[in-house]
Design a protein around this ligand. Structure first.
Ligand SMILES: C[S@@+](CC[C@H](N)C(=O)[O-])C[C@H]1O[C@@H](n2cnc3c(N)ncnc32)[C@H](O)[C@@H]1O
Length: 278
């Protein structure tokens, strides 16, 4: 029996994504999938080193979990996938044959840390937003609207219309998304090298799911997806290989306080929380 933990709304599997997807996730069972895999760029996730022998090996490994995710997705479901800027062209070409790619999003951010000085440093990560059925999918435009600066701040009137009309004050975001990265002082910070911000997942989940929808994250890390799903009244399934990150999920999603005799505590910090820091 695979190690797993659950309550009525949320399930956490501890183990390998491909094996758990293929053996434990039924076909056409999930509404939304968010995938933030290892990027093949040499990060350390516990004792796992995120570097394959070759790009071809990384891509072939990725195609296996992509196929499993596509199989698991309901006919009207949505799939968001991230990877490095280098690998994303392979994913794009592969996925456009199997799904409809609605948007090629970039998540960009600023950084006050060490930056490249001999080339243009990488300040964004790509995300593909795909659906199975381009004529029938969830997109809650009204739930994710942002301020339209021209209309809201400059209060312009559009005189090209037959009846001059004020510009809209709100709009659906375009495909360039700015959200600060998770920094040490933020309340949501966990000890993980590539934690994604709750704000990023909030936009995705609000746009592409309803209350009670089932959301799958096969590379959960700090369980950002499940934590936001929980806050927004969705259900979730998460998979994570490393025990040290599994423990974050048990605490953050299932409110479990102890794992194999160890108390599960939030990271201890000497600083006050701040909501936004680059
Ligand atoms: C990029 S991180 C995900 C970060 C996550 N989105 C967050 O917000 O914290 C990728 C995660 O996949 C996990 N992982 C690596 N190989 C895996 C595998 N074969 N099966 C399941 N999880 C794996 C790593 O331990 C790491 O936590």
């Amino acid at each position: 029996m695979i190690e797993h933990y659950k309550n009525q709304e949320h399930t956490i599997f501890h183990g390998d994504a491909i094996s758990i997807l293929s053996n434990h996730i039924p076909s056409e069972s999930v509404d939304l999938i968010f995938i933030d895999p290892p990027y093949n760029i040499g990060k350390k996730f516990g004792n796992f080193h995120d570097k394959w022998e070759s790009e071809a090996e990384y891509v072939n490994w990725s195609y296996q979990w992509l196929d499993e995710c596509i199989r698991s997705l309901k006919p009207h479901g949505s799939l968001y996938v991230m990877t490095s800027t280098q690998a994303m062209p392979y994913f794009d070409i592969y996925l456009r044959k199997k799904l409809t790619i609605l948007s090629r999003i970039i998540w960009h951010y600023d950084s006050s840390g060490v930056q490249a000085t001999k080339y243009f440093g990488s300040m964004y990560e790509p995300i593909l937003h795909c659906v199975k059925n381009k004529n029938d999918y969830i997109f809650n435009a009204d739930n994710i609207k942002i301020e339209a600066k021209t209309g809201a701040q400059r209060q312009l009137i559009d005189y090209r219309k037959s009846i001059p009309t004020p510009y809209n004050t709100e709009k659906v975001p375009g495909n360039a998304w700015y959200f600060p990265r998770v920094r040490y002082r933020m309340a949501e910070y966990e000890n993980h090298p590539t934690q994604k911000p709750e704000s990023l997942l909030e936009r995705i989940i609000l746009a592409s799911s309803h209350a009670e929808s089932l959301i799958l994250d096969p590379f959960a890390g700090t369980f950002t997806t499940a934590a936001v799903a929980k806050r927004l009244g969705r259900k979730s399934i998460s998979i994570e290989l490393q025990a040290e990150y599994l423990k974050i999920g048990l605490r953050r999603v299932l409110d479990i306080q102890e794992y194999k005799g160890e108390k599960l505590l939030q990271p201890h910090k000497n600083y006050k929380h701040s909501s936004c820091e680059d």
